[in-house]
Design a binder for this molecule. Structure first.
Ligand code: AMP
Ligand code: MN
Ligand code: MN
Length: 324
């Protein structure tokens, strides 16, 4: 087993010696994958590009537009297969890279995975994965720390965004004393932390709030309210003209209800039923393991290859019942 210190040396060396570098975010990008990609691009500079995995370049969550380099990132239609180093950030498994992203990653001479998902088995040449850290941004901070290079304002913005969003504003159990220490270091880098929080949380489209309220008011409960869930059909998606980012936060709201141990949000997609799980104490990955998904103890996800959303729901509930 290669040590973290050796990995850090090799990663920093590969970044220095590679000619063209592609940073790849996961599908349905969030604040952590985008913030980490933004900070890494700020660090590397000109020779790095970011690929955001969305079909239409305007379709990443708009609130993250404030992040440096995200507006000029590539998408599936304009990315070329010309990179000697590919770096996946916050991408829990190779399945979370689709289309030409996966091809380019596999074709690159060197590949690096920078991640914090405990279910990540490591699919790169170097797998810099720290399952106990709050966010991929916290993992990247560790790498920068080794380099002993000054964190610029641009880099700090991305890292702070990743940590803030993946810890649910420093609320989740993945928030450690070290997380606060790093946040404090970043806050000293001339960034406006309250403005970043406003970009992330007070800038939502009107339709998103109406959509989320509809889904919360249509939530259902099972097992003496220990299980809460809501179902997002294609019909509801089109009624509210919802994009992927619209679902973010609904599952947390259901979990926040007293007595609820586990919450599910199920969504009809062309690839099957996309499932989000949030738990209070149970290990949610014990459920997603059964459906080829993954994530963290209290936040996990998977896509169940079924067309019928109710059928997928019953399968999930059956699994949850074995844990409750
Ligand atoms: P989500 O509910 O989509 O926000 O996902 C919750 C957590 O589970 C995130 O950390 C995701 O990266 C992870 N996750 C979601 N879907 C998958 C999947 N199919 N495979 C592995 N990890 C996933
Ligand atoms: Mn993520
Ligand atoms: Mn993350």
């Amino acid at each position: 087993m290669i040590s973290y210190m050796q990995m850090e040396k090799e990663i920093l060396n590969l970044i220095k010696t590679s000619l063209r570098i592609l940073i790849i975010t996961h599908v349905n990008p969030d604040g952590d994958t985008l913030g980490t990609a933004s900070a890494l691009k700020s660090y590397i500079g000109e020779k790095a590009d970011i690929l955001i995995q969305v079909n239409d370049k305007s379709l990443y969550p708009k609130m993250y537009e404030f992040l440096p380099h995200i507006n000029s990132a590539l998408n599936f239609s304009n990315v070329k297969n010309e990179y000697d180093l590919a770096i996946a950030v916050d991408v829990a498994s190779i399945d979370r890279m689709i289309g030409n992203a996966r091809k380019i990653f596999e074709n690159a001479k060197n590949t690096i995975v920078i991640d914090h998902h405990k279910t990540n088995k490591g699919y790169g040449k170097i797998n810099y994965i720290k399952g106990s850290l709050s966010s991929a941004s916290e993992v990247l901070y560790d790498l920068f720390y080794q380099e002993k290079k000054e964190i610029t304002e641009e880099m700090a913005k991305g890292l702070y965004c990743g940590i803030l969003t993946d810890t649910g504003c420093f609320k989740y159990e993945n928030t450690t004393p070290k997380t606060f220490k790093i946040a404090s270091e970043l806050a000293n880098c001339n960034i406006n932390t309250s403005e970043i929080a406003d970009f992330c949380y007070s800038n939502k489209p009107k339709n998103l709030i109406l959509f989320q309220n509809y889904l919360v008011s249509n939530a259902k409960f099972r097992l003496n309210d220990k299980i809460a869930y809501t179902l997002i059909t294609k019909e509801i998606i089109s009624k509210f003209q919802a994009t992927d980012e619209f679902t973010e936060g609904i599952c947390e709201t259901l979990r926040s209800i007293a007595g609820v141990e586990i919450a599910f949000v199920l969504k009809e997609t062309d690839l099957g039923i996309k499932v989000s799980i949030r738990s209070k104490n149970l290990d949610a990955t014990k459920i997603t393991d059964k459906f080829n998904g993954g994530g963290h103890r209290r936040a996990a996800g998977c896509t169940i290859k079924l067309k019928n959303i109710n059928e997928a729901l019953e399968k999930l509930i059956k699994q949850a019942e074995t844990l409750l």
